[in-house]
Design a protein around this ligand. Structure first.
Ligand code: VNL
Length: 390
C-alpha cells in the first residue's frame, strides 16, 4: 500500500516537472484530448461519442473565440492503465487544454489524479458511477449516473404489478450503484428482492445466472449491463424462454441501447426501462439531432453515449467562449459549472456544487415505430439530481 503510494507520488511529481519544462502552450490552437474505447468490447461507445463530437464541431465550427479547435482521439480499449498513459501523454506532450471521453468507470478514475495535478478539466462523457465526480475537482460530467436512472425503476415497478425481483448487474462500479439504488427504492415501496446476482464485466456468460433466475421465479428480472452488452443478455433471456415462464425484464436503458435495440428482434417488445435519453425523444431539438447524426453516419442511430459526447462538446465550447478564448484550466472549469441548456435529451444543467449533470429521467417501453424498435417514453421525472451524492 505504502509502496504503491510512493510510486504514484513519484509519477505525479515527474508529471508536474515535465509540464513546467514543456513551457508555454501554443495559444492559437485549443486542443481536446478525447480518450475512448475505439476497439474491444466497448467499441460502440467510442464510435458513438466520436461521431457525435465531430457532428457538434461540424455544426458549430472549429474556431471558437479565435482559437482553432483540434480534436485528438486516442483509443484506450477501456483499459485503465492505457487510459492513464494516454492522459499523461496528451497533457504533457500534446499540451491539451481539456481531456474528455472515458467510456468506462475505471478509465475515468485512472485519469482523475492527472487532471487534478495538471489542473486540466476532465469532461466525462460516458462513465456513470456516482462517485466519479468526487475523484477530482476538475471532473465535469455530461453523461448520467446509475443511481439517477435506477431509482425511477424502483418507483415504477411496484406500482405496476412487480412485487418480487432478482437483480442482475455487471460486477463493477455502475452495476453496484444500479443494484443498490434500485433495490433500496424498490424495497422502500414494499417490493421484495429475492436475490442479487453479479456477472463479470469481461466476456460474461449469462446462462448460469439466468438459470438461477428461472429457478427463483420472480415477477421480474432487473438488469444493468454496460452499453454494448445488452443484446447478449436479451438474446439469452429470450432463448431460455424467461418471458414465457412469466418473468418480465425491467432494466436501465443501457440494456435497450439505441445502438443495438433495432437488431434485438420483436422479443424485446414491451421491455420497460428507465433512462435519460431515447433516440425517439419527441422534441424538435432531438429530431434535428437524430436527423443530422444519421445524415453524417448513415448506418448508425445515436444512443445515450452520443448525446453525452455531443453535450460534453457543448460544455467545452461554451466554457471557451465564456473565458474569451483564454482557456486556462481553472477558468474553463468555472465556466463549465452551472451551464444550463437544452440537450437532445431534454433540459439539463451542470450542478455547480457537484459538477454532475441534472436532467429528466424517463420511463420507456420498447415499441415498433415505422417498422423499427424504439424506446418510447411514457412518463418523466423532471430535474433529477444524482441521488448518490451526500
Ligand atoms: C458505464 C456505465 C459504462 C454505463 C457503460 O457503457 C454504461 C461505466 C460502456 O461507468 O463504466 O452503459
Amino acid at each position: 500500500m505504502q509502496r504503491r503510494h510512493l510510486i504514484q507520488t513519484a509519477g505525479l511529481t515527474a508529471l508536474a516537472l515535465s509540464m513546467s519544462l514543456a513551457g508555454a502552450q501554443d495559444n492559437s490552437k485549443f486542443k481536446i484530448g478525447l480518450i475512448l474505447p475505439m476497439t474491444g468490447q466497448q467499441a460502440s461507445t467510442g464510435r458513438q461519442i466520436e461521431a457525435a463530437a465531430r457532428l457538434y464541431m461540424a455544426q458549430n465550427g472549429d474556431t471558437v473565440a479565435g482559437r482553432k479547435i483540434e480534436l485528438i482521439v486516442k483509443d484506450d480499449v477501456a483499459t485503465p492503465d492505457v487510459t492513464k498513459r494516454l492522459a499523461q501523454e496528451l497533457i504533457v506532450n500534446d499540451k491539451v487544454n481539456v481531456i474528455a471521453g472515458f467510456g468506462v468507470t475505471p478509465a475515468a478514475l485512472a485519469a482523475a489524479p492527472l487532471a487534478t495535478q495538471s489542473k486540466t478539466p476532465q469532461v466525462v462523457m460516458a462513465a456513470a458511477t456516482s462517485s466519479i465526480t468526487e475523484a477530482s475537482p476538475y471532473i465535469v460530467r455530461s453523461s448520467f449516473t446509475l443511481p439517477q436512472v435506477s431509482v425511477a425503476m424502483g418507483d415504477w415497478a411496484p406500482k405496476n404489478g412487480v412485487k418480487t425481483v432478482v437483480t442482475l448487474v455487471a460486477d463493477y462500479g455502475p452495476g453496484n450503484d444500479a443494484e443498490k439504488f434500485f433495490s433500496e427504492r424498490f424495497q422502500l415501496n414494499g417490493g421484495k428482492v429475492i436475490e442479487k446476482l453479479r456477472v463479470p464485466l469481461r466476456n460474461p456468460d449469462f446462462a448460469p445466472f439466468l438459470q438461477k433466475v428461472r429457478d427463483a421465479k420472480p415477477d421480474a428480472l432487473f438488469v444493468f449491463v454496460p452499453s454494448g452488452a445488452g443484446a447478449a443478455v436479451m438474446k439469452q433471456f429470450l432463448e431460455r424462454g424467461m418471458d414465457k415462464a412469466g418473468i418480465k425484464m425491467i432494466a436501465t436503458g443501457d440494456v435497450t441501447d439505441d445502438d443495438q435495440l433495432n437488431d434485438m428482434g420483436d422479443g424485446a417488445l414491451g421491455v420497460v426501462t428507465s433512462h435519460h435519453y431515447s433516440a425517439a425523444h419527441p422534441s424538435p431539438a432531438n429530431k434535428k439531432f437524430v436527423e443530422a447524426f444519421q445524415k453524417a453516419n448513415p448506418k448508425m442511430r445515436p444512443n445515450f453515449m452520443a448525446v453525452g459526447g455531443y453535450d460534453g462538446m457543448r460544455v467545452i465550447y461554451e466554457a471557451l467562449k465564456a473565458t474569451k478564448g483564454q482557456g486556462g484550466g481553472d477558468a474553463l472549469l468555472a465556466a463549465m459549472k452551472g451551464q444550463i441548456f437544452e440537450s437532445p435529451r431534454g433540459p439539463v444543467y451542470i450542478d455547480a456544487q457537484t459538477r454532475d449533470i441534472v436532467q429528466d429521467v424517463y420511463l420507456r417501453k420498447v415499441e415498433k415505430k415505422d417498422g423499427q424498435l424504439y424506446n418510447v417514453e411514457f412518463d418523466v421525472i423532471k430535474g433529477v439530481k444524482d441521488p448518490g451524492k451526500k
